[in-house]
Design a protein around this ligand. Structure first.
Ligand code: KIV
Length: 266
């Protein structure tokens, strides 16, 4: 399989090709997604919630993202690995932002990093791009701002708020990001931003008019069907119940003395 690069991703927009993105946190899933042709594997700080059962993404550490990134990078052949810069890893100073982005690349094997925030994160974003580390922006509903937003709420509903998000998108493009995640904003606004920018937009809860779409893998596979999934998620399978049935079968086999059989014995 031919390696996909960051410039290839940017080119997909001008070629009119949609960009399917999924999150990945471990080696076996990274292999499956890469083989299936997903061009970007996103090591999101959503790992803190869907893999570690935490309430939000704010407690995820850089070391944890590096650990997940390493596993994902080992599992991919073609896809571009983009890793989240977690809360607190880029806001305190430009030097910290540079050092931490460099760790994600050097220790984790990331090929790009994602930084939440528009104009408020521009200094960090520019500093990281100056190191030749490609940056993906992330605006609209930014989960690291959950306390400031008062919850996970759709953003950009008023014309004033929509204008702020549009201006953020313009500034991010000017700063040199290679793509922007648009999360939790009205479809019309996402479509307008997508039409205006030369770089790809990747939507999540932002309607069909973005250049690409991203979903949290665990959500689309139905790994935790006890959790109420947001409206924008399409569940492609009910993996929780499939795994659960297999495990129940195993328990019954062991209890009945049917496993291991001769075939599984030395
Ligand atoms: O943390 C994450 O997984 C993300 C994507 C879903 C955009 O930020």
């Amino acid at each position: 399989m031919k390696k996909i690069t960051v410039p290839d991703i940017v080119k997909m927009k001008s070629e009119g090709r949609k960009i399917p993105v999924l999150t990945a946190y471990d080696y076996p899933m990274a292999r499956i997604l890469d083989d299936a042709g997903i061009p970007i594997l996103m090591v999101g700080d959503s790992c803190g919630m869907v893999e570690a059962g935490r309430e939000n993404t704010l407690t995820v550490t850089l070391d944890e993202i590096i650990y997940h990134t390493r596993s994902v990078a080992r599992g991919r052949t073609a896809a571009v690995v983009v890793s989240d810069m977690p809360f607190g890893s880029y806001q305190t100073s430009v030097i910290e932002a540079r050092r931490n982005a460099a760790r994600l690349v050097a220790e984790g094997g990331a090929e790009a990093v994602k930084i939440e925030g528009g104009r408020r994160s521009l200094r960090a974003i520019k500093a990281v791009i100056e190191m030749d580390i490609p940056v993906m922006g992330h605006i609209g509903l930014t989960p690291q701002s959950v306390h400031a937003m008062g919850g996970y709420r759709v953003q950009g509903k008023s014309s004033e708020a929509a204008e702020k998000i549009t201006e953020d998108a313009r500034e991010l493009e000017k700063a040199g990001v290679f793509a922007i995640v648009l999360e939790g904003i009205p479809s019309q606004l996402a479509g307008d931003i997508t039409a205006e920018l030369g770089i790809p937009t990747i939507g999540i809860g932002a309607g069909p008019n973005c250049d690409g779409q991203v979903l949290v893998l665990n959500d689309m596979l139905g790994l935790d069907s006890t959790v109420k999934t947001p409206k924008y998620v399409k569940r492609y399978m009910d993996l929780k119940n499939i795994i659960s049935s297999a495990v129940v079968e195993y328990v019954i086999d062991v209890e009945a003395g049917r496993f291991p059989s001769k075939e599984q014995s030395y």
